[in-house]
Design a protein around this ligand. Structure first.
Ligand SMILES: NC(=O)c1ccc[n+]([C@@H]2O[C@H](COP(=O)([O-])OP(=O)(O)OC[C@H]3O[C@@H](n4cnc5c(N)ncnc54)[C@H](OP(=O)(O)O)[C@@H]3O)[C@@H](O)[C@H]2O)c1
Length: 309
């Protein structure tokens, strides 16, 4: 943690006080060396990540004091940035952390994933990591598309949350027994779509229960992010051939061209009370590292956010 004095604000710059910052599993990947879809964090430099803040001073014509903005300049309480690093959002929407959750990057990931494999009415979809930020929104949106929705998460409390607050048809605790056995009991006729947030053993189980022409949204693999060495893939990958499965990888950043479409659809559902923003809020920049670690220990229900103000 570094404390510094702010310089006077230069011309054409905006001073923002962050209100909420995001911690996300993908940040773990940025702590490894080597090439990926996003560069590693630089040693000795502040971390980066999603944030929502308010403009406290502006020397630009684009922004005024009191504007609420999103940025990729989290992990800090204040920052100065040019207008192009900021995006104004509706300050009347509460809580403003929704712009990190259901109406933010994680909500858009859920929406993009469903569009990626054209999830439609009648599909039976299984979502792993279901009680997390992406998972709970994917489940709610799939219900709005009139799918049958199954979710797995790491505690009975989360299972209840999925059934009672997110509208999942079926939910189970993946820690109480092998995923494949639980899926065989819960969905004996198989699934059409698997929304993969965790990879590993869960992906292997899903490959076994997918129906012919089933689709996989390869969104995340958190069960392996802390592995020092990559493990061999699913032993039953040949199901892709025998069942003519489609597995599509996605990175939400590729969907920025459709952000307006997402905001219109998800924003409409949110205002109508059909899409709920679920979150776990931790307070203080000094708690941000623990909040990040908490993602890997399942400490969050819904989006994990850090409140800074
Ligand atoms: N492709 C993209 O563009 C994109 C964008 C955003 C996120 N993602 C990916 O989507 C996934 C979910 O992200 P999120 O932001 O919504 O995080 P999240 O689900 O809110 O938080 C992580 C959750 O993962 C679960 N978890 C942790 N270790 C696990 C393990 N070993 N096995 C199974 N589950 C484990 C925990 O819940 P339990 O208590 O249920 O274990 C934890 O709450 C991540 O894999 C992330 O990298 C991808």
């Amino acid at each position: 943690m570094v404390r510094g004095e702010l310089e006077p604000l230069p011309d054409q710059m905006v001073l923002v006080r962050n209100l909420f910052m995001s911690v996300d599993p993908y940040m773990r990947g940025r702590m490894n060396e080597g090439q990926s879809y996003i560069p590693p964090f630089a040693l000795g430099k502040p971390l980066e990540g999603g944030a929502v803040g308010e403009v406290v001073e502006s020397r630009t014509k684009e922004f005024k004091i009191g504007d609420v903005v999103t940025s990729n300049l989290g992990w800090r309480e204040y920052f100065m940035a040019p207008p192009k690093a900021l995006r104004v959002v509706n300050h009347e929407v509460q809580p403003l952390s929704v712009y990190l959750g259901a109406l933010g990057m994680t909500g858009m990931t859920a929406w993009a994933g469903l569009n990626l494999v054209e999830v439609k009415a009648g599909d039976v979809i299984y979502i792993s990591g279901a009680a997390g930020a992406v998972g709970n929104v994917a489940g709610q949106l799939a219900k709005l598309r009139r799918c049958k929705v199954i979710g797995s998460a790491g505690s009975m409390e989360k299972v209840r949350f999925l059934r009672e607050e997110c509208g999942f048809d079926i939910a189970f605790d993946y820690k109480t027994g092998p995923v494949i056995e639980q899926l065989n009991v819960e969905v004996p006729d198989g699934i059409d779509v698997y929304f993969d947030n965790v990879g590993g053993e869960t992906l292997e189980a899903a490959l076994s229960v997918l129906k012919i022409h089933g689709r996989i949204i390869a969104c995340g693999g958190i069960s392996n992010y802390n592995d020092g060495k990559a493990r061999p893939g699913p032993s039953n990958l040949f199901n892709v051939t025998t069942k003519r499965l489609t597995m599509k990888g996605m990175i939400v950043g590729d969907w920025l061209g459709r952000q307006g479409e997402f905001e219109k659809e998800a924003g409409g559902y949110f205002r109508a009370g059909k899409l709920k923003n679920h979150e776990t809020v931790v307070e203080g920049l000094d708690q941000a590292v623990d909040a990040f670690f908490g993602l890997f220990a399942g400490k969050n229900m819904g989006k994990m956010v850090v409140k800074l103000a």
